[in-house]
Design a binder for this molecule. Structure first.
Ligand code: SF4
Ligand code: SF4
Length: 87
């Protein structure tokens, strides 16, 4: 599942630079995640970097974007051709 950022977001911006896929950007009021780029950090890290860095636990799994581990790995490979997944 891709992650999404809830209304809890205080727009501190800390997560934007932590995403290995460049999936996070500043929205009109809160930060937003591009579901097409979010691999839940699969391929890079064992935990979700945006969640780890967020002071208010705003990033959560998006149940509307359910994906298997294989789906997420496939997304990683599409986003980073030729790169070996670390995890
Ligand atoms: S879970 Fe990982 S890949 Fe997805 S938005 Fe957060 S930092 Fe980026
Ligand atoms: S780290 Fe949390 S509060 Fe800060 S911009 Fe990201 S989601 Fe919002």
């Amino acid at each position: 599942m891709a992650f999404k950022i809830t209304d809890e977001c205080i727009a501190c911006g800390s997560c934007e630079s932590e995403c290995p896929n460049g999936a996070i950007s500043e929205g009109e009021e809160i930060y937003v995640i591009d579901a097409d780029k979010c691999t839940e950090c699969v391929g890079f890290f064992s935990t979700q970097q945006c969640f780890d860095v967020c002071p208010v636990e705003a990033p959560v799994r998006d149940d509307d974007n359910a994906e298997t581990q294989d789906d997420l790995l496939a997304k990683f490979r599409k986003l980073h051709p030729g790169k070996q997944p670390k995890l």
